[in-house]
Design a protein around this ligand. Structure first.
Ligand code: TXE
Length: 482
């Protein structure tokens, strides 16, 4: 079925179309317009025209729309989750989780409508009042990936709207149907025309317009490091938030609860088929328990059932598309060539669909490519260490800094890890995944900059204005008057 874009409150047809494919069956499930840069310009113009009115709508009233969106998402949760499984492959349970995250973030950001706190503070001068207040930025360009095709747009759209911005939303071409259904909900919730515009098509084609259009004041992007680098080089002086993935590790010390750690590693490595920016792709294991732990991981990985995510019997779904499965396959080959020991998996499977077996390499050296580069698939590397200091050195010896974890019963080692790991997120005795919407989410180093979620997510989409009110009736000069 051919679908439309949504510009200025109207569903708009396109000239040319691209296909959305079910990665488990390779069947086409929908067709979407390949927008041109003129379509993008119209969307930006519409967002700009809607800005004044949306910005001057009181924040608690804007928040009512967000509440309504959360309610409508709740009503359509099962349908949306099924669409997500069909469109990007993750198992249904996880797809429901993604929709739930979207509901949670709209609920949370609706609450912000009655906060959006600035602060008041003292002044160094008499009869002078000092405070800050939040103002919207303007038109925001939101560019999103396919791995959380409802939750990631929801994080960005909810925060942008409650702050009073208007939006041009460009989803990944792998998941336009999920994105369209979210926009349908936004329309039904009564968000006025022009406030949210939805444009589908190639990132390369539309990216140029989003990054160079002067009417766009802020870009929020989640995706690959390469695209993030391109955006930052082309965005000029726009405010840019980037979330670009990771090479996340789990440290397992010799005193860890190994049953708990093995469950956490398997969930972190193979949940969402390893396609989370917070997925665990390195497990940094103490030498004293390495053989035992490796066997535990092998047993668990072998038991995972690959298949169509819509089936109850499936634990791990397909990769998102042909390029993704080819990329993962090439890394399995790189691992073999680098001399790592393949202990399970390592190949594609199934006659149809983009399936790749859960794969574990052991005896991985910290500088190997499979231990350094983001694979974004079900490949886990086991790296052996002898001490907490060596573990942290390995953990930090990568270009990314998103998520991290340590399993230990020793509070001293846990706190050393909390303090010394270079990452935006550290878990203790829990896997690398499981972000909650009221806490900041994001990373350091080449993972990018900015934070989404919680109050820091509000910072991304608002500007702080500093206000001084002088009621002394005379000219007072800060730093100069005695
Ligand atoms: O990403 P892209 P892809 C990583 C992961 C994965 C790799 C490739 O390693 O294997 O990226 O995935 C839009 N200007 N992550 O190809 O290309 C594009 O249309 C503006 C990690 O899907 O970065 C889509 O909407 N936009 C990540 C979005 O950018 C452009 C999640 C992401 O696509 C553009 C996804 C351009 N020049 C992939 N080029 C995470 N952090 O979780 C593309 N896009």
């Amino acid at each position: 079925m051919k679908h439309s874009m949504y510009i200025d409150g109207k569903w708009v047809k396109g000239q040319n179309f691209f296909l959305s494919i079910n990665p488990a069956t390779e069947d086409t499930i929908a067709e979407f317009p390949s927008a041109t840069s003129d379509d993008m310009k119209r969307a930006v113009d519409s967002a700009e025209a809607a800005f004044d009115s949306w910005k001057s709508t009181p924040a608690p009233k804007r928040a009512l729309c967000l509440q309504k969106i959360a309610q409508l998402l709740r009503e359509r949760k099962e349908e949306l989750a099924r669409t997500e499984t069909q469109e990007m492959g993750k198992v249904l349970k996880e797809a429901r989780g993604d929709v739930q995250e979207a509901i949670d973030v709209f609920d949370y950001m609706a609450g912000e409508g009655r906060r959006l706190f600035g602060h008041t503070t003292t002044s160094e001068l008499q009869k002078k009042f000092a405070m800050t207040l939040r103002q919207p930025i303007g038109v925001c360009g939101l560019i999103t990936p396919w791995n959380f095709p409802i939750a990631i747009p929801a994080w960005k759209i909810s925060a942008a709207l409650v702050c009073g911005n208007t939006v041009v939303f460009k989803p990944s071409s792998d998941t336009p149907l999920c994105a369209m259904k979210l926009v349908e909900v936004i329309e039904k919730a009564g968000v006025p025309p022009g406030v949210v515009n939805f444009v589908t098509g190639s990132g390369k084609e539309l990216g140029k317009e989003i990054t160079s259009n002067k009417k766009i004041r802020c870009i929020s992007f989640t995706g690959s490091k390469e695209t993030g680098e391109w955006i930052i080089q082309n965005a000029g002086l726009k405010k840019v938030g980037l979330e670009l993935g990771g090479k996340n590790g789990i440290i397992v010390m010799d005193d860890a609860n190994l049953r708990l750690a093995a469950e956490g590693v398997i969930w972190g490595a193979f949940g969402t088929t390893g396609q989370r920016c917070t997925a665990a792709s390195r497990v940094i294991v103490h030498t004293a328990i390495k053989d035992k732990f490796e066997k535990m991981l092998w047993e668990k990985a072998k038991a995972l059932r690959l298949g169509d995510g819509l089936k109850d019997t499936t634990d791990v779904g397909p990769l998102v598309n042909k390029q993704a499965v080819e990329k993962v396959e090439s890394y399995a080959q790189i691992g073999r060539e680098e001399g790592a020991k393949l202990i399970c998996g390592g190949k594609r499977t199934g006659l149809k669909g983009y399936f790749f077996e859960p794969t574990i390499f052991s005896n991985v050296q910290k500088d190997m490519r499979i231990a350094q580069e983001e694979i974004f698939g079900p490949i886990l590397s086991i790296i052996e260490i002898r001490s907490i200091d060596e573990a942290i050195n390995v953990m930090n010896g990568i270009e990314y800094g998103l998520s991290s974890s340590i399993y230990t019963q020793d509070i001293n080692k846990a706190m050393t890890a909390v303090e010394q790991i270079e990452a935006g997120i550290t878990y203790v005795n829990s896997s690398t995944i499981g972000a909650e919407v009221h806490l900041p989410f994001g990373g350091i180093k080449h993972t990018g900059h900015g934070r989404e979620g919680g109050i820091l997510g509000i910072d991304e989409f608002s500007e702080m204005k500093t206000v001084y009110i002088d009621y002394s009736g005379k000219l007072q000069k800060a730093q100069i008057d005695d």
